[in-house]
Write a protein that binds this ligand. Structure first.
Ligand code: 5AD
Ligand code: SF4
Length: 582
């Protein structure tokens, strides 16, 4: 009897179909008893390959496992459950996955209850699940990107039936909210705004692995971002394969510019977004970025190729000229805006001339950073069926030539930073040296500089003293204690007591009733002062009475009372903080 139950397998034809009746599902999380029993105290390990979308999925997978009583470990050898979260965008990403699965054979040998799952984009490709099961029979569960919300039920079913399961649905289906999540970072967060992609660039597997494009409801995005702000997060990156498309499926005028504006208004110190398609990057988006200081001036704008004829073959919907026009517009309206890109070298039948168009485009744009890839055929995509007359050697030689041009552009930007001061959000000690901190400027430049560890998560001013092209060396220009105090002050603003106080203060300052009562008090006070010099005892006593009654009316006003009471609580909180510092 086979040990594996194939519940569903991917179907790329189905993955292409668009569904218009997608719902938002908000079901409470239920942990099956058998998973609770299995999970209690068990250590889990997750290995993620690929993009930020996969990193965000890892946080959700971890959220489910922790809900089942498991605890994360970074040491794969001690894991009682492991998930390998895969990427399908290029072949080399896939090869690494097979090596990773192989490592876990030892865990199973040591612990017969060890549970291994493989998930993510690669599982959405036809044929992969069967291949994995044939070569690595100790894999217990294979599931796709659309099956994540069902993770605990799948583990439960596998345990209950004592079978391995494969469940990879291709139909994109619905948006699931209320997902559990254990964030990997305590001050930088990814927030999904759209899922999937409708662009179908001819080389790309993503529309098949992630499904058709759908936007999360604006209220759900804002709710998630608001709680991140309240938790003291310093940076949010709005994620989507093509964020520009946000809201198009609502047909009510909501756009990416709308959500950018509204998330920025929540007060997150740094707001980023990725990825933007050059085809539907609107003027409204540029205007919102230009006008909103906490939206970072840094735009990832994948060009893929600098040749219009190649862009047509790639299905990119823009020309070299319209791309350059967009870059010009961005740089005019958002001075100092960093522009980064993705480029593919060696698309089938790429000519020397087409490649040189890419080189000259890079020379013209001078990217702040560029991710360069050699074309990798992806089964099921239109480009994979094209015959290719370019040799591997030519592709590699072009790749090296491109890197040199890209590097020159990157260096021109980094050299210009020398001697200037930039705000850097500190990630923490650098990997190489505990005494050196790493962080990113608003435009996304990596800066390393000496400083105390406690600055992790603070935004600090740093002067650039040395230029290393892809990273910079800097020096703090402010006493680090001051930077920390500023962050502590900000954190205090998010305390419930402080929030109540700030709201009561605002109501107090804005109330028309309060200001007229205060005017009455001031008038009565002046009258008392005037009569005290005149010597008319009766009039003086009357004025004093009028003053007392105006004072009572003022003090008894509910807005004033509320303000005074919350002020007392705020003072007590600050006193407590001061005591701790002492
Ligand atoms: N081959 C090489 N690079 C690819 N990318 C996407 N598909 C492929 C492929 N088949 C690159 C694109 C995209 C980035 C995320 O990966 O440049 O922007
Ligand atoms: Fe792939 Fe093109 Fe969609 Fe980007 S826009 S995910 S390259 S299909």
């Amino acid at each position: 009897m086979s040990r594996t139950i194939y519940k569903s397998l991917p179907d790329l034809a189905l993955a292409r179909t668009k569904r218009d009746d997608g719902k938002t599902i908000r079901e409470p999380l239920v942990v099956p008893d058998i998973v609770k029993e299995f999970g209690e105290g068990r250590k889990f390990f997750i290995k993620t390959f690929g993009c930020q979308g996969n990193v965000r999925d890892e946080e959700i997978l971890a959220g489910y496992l922790e809900a089942a009583g498991m605890v994360r470990t970074e040491n794969e050898e001690e894991a009682g459950l492991a998930l390998i979260n895969t990427c399908a965008v290029r072949e080399n990403a896939e090869e690494k996955v097979y090596g990773e699965i192989g490592k876990f054979k030892a865990n199973r040998k040591k612990d017969p209850t060890f549970f291994l799952g493989v998930c993510g984009c690669m599982m959405q490709e036809e044929g992969v699940a069967k291949k994995i099961k044939a070569s690595y029979p100790y894999v217990n569960l294979i599931f796709g990107t659309h099956n994540i919300p069902n993770l605990l039920n799948l583990i439960g079913e596998s345990l209950a039936r004592k079978k391995d399961l494969v469940d990879v649905i291709s139909f994109p289906g619905d948006i699931v909210e209320n997902l559990p999540s254990t964030r990997l970072d305590s001050y930088k967060a990814f927030v999904n705004i759209t899922y999937g992609c409708d662009k179908f660039c001819t080389y790309c597997i993503v529309p098949y692995t992630r499904g058709r494009e759908r936007s999360r409801a604006k209220e759900d995005v804002l709710k998630e971002c608001k709680s991140l702000v309240e938790e003291g997060y310093q940076e949010i990156t709005l994620l989507g394969q093509n964020v520009n498309s946000y809201g198009k499926d609502f047909h009510d005028g909501t756009s990416f510019a709308t959500i950018l504006r509204e998330v920025a208004a929540l007060g997150i110190p740094r707001l980023r977004f990725m990825t933007s398609h050059p085809w539907d990057f609107t003027d409204e988006m540029i205007d919102v970025i230009a006008a909103t200081p906490n939206i970072m001036p840094c735009i990832h704008l994948p060009v893929q190729s600098g040749s219009t004829s190649m862009l047509r073959l790639m299905g990119r919907r823009y020309t070299r000229e319209s791309y350059l026009e967009l870059v010009k517009k961005i740089r005019t309206k958002i001075p100092g805006c960093a522009i980064t890109t993705d480029i593919i070298v060696g698309f089938p039948n790429e000519t020397e001339e087409q490649f040189e168009d890419t080189l000259s485009l890079c020379e013209e744009v001078q990217y702040d950073a560029a991710f360069t890839f050699i074309y990798s055929p992806r089964k099921g995509t239109p480009a994979a069926k094209m015959e290719d007359n370019v040799s591997d050697a030519t592709k590699h030689e072009r790749f090296d030539r491109l890197l040199k041009v890209v590097e020159a552009g990157v260096m021109s930007h980094s050299q210009a930073m020398l001697g200037h001061v930039y705000d850097v959000l500190v990630d923490g000690p650098s990997k190489k040296d505990e005494a050196v901190l790493s962080g990113y400027t608003e435009t996304g430049k990596l800066v390393n500089f000496p400083g105390p560890k406690y600055l992790k998560g603070c935004i600090v001013p740093v002067r650039i003293v040395e230029d290393h092209a892809f990273s910079m060396i800097g020096a703090l220009v402010e006493d680090p204690v001051l930077s920390l105090a500023r962050r502590a002050g900000k954190a205090l603003e998010n305390e419930p007591v402080a929030k109540t106080y700030l709201a009561a203060k605002k109501a107090f300052e804005e109330s028309k009733v309060v200001s007229s009562l205060r005017a009455e008090v001031e008038k009565a006070q002046k009258e008392v002062a005037r009569l005290s010099a005149v010597g008319d005892d009766v009039a003086f006593a009357k004025a004093k009475k009028a003053y007392r009654s105006s004072m009572d009316a003022y003090r008894n006003d509910p807005v004033v009372q509320n303000y005074e009471a919350s002020k007392e609580e705020m003072e007590a909180l600050l006193q407590e903080a001061a005591d701790i510092l002492r």
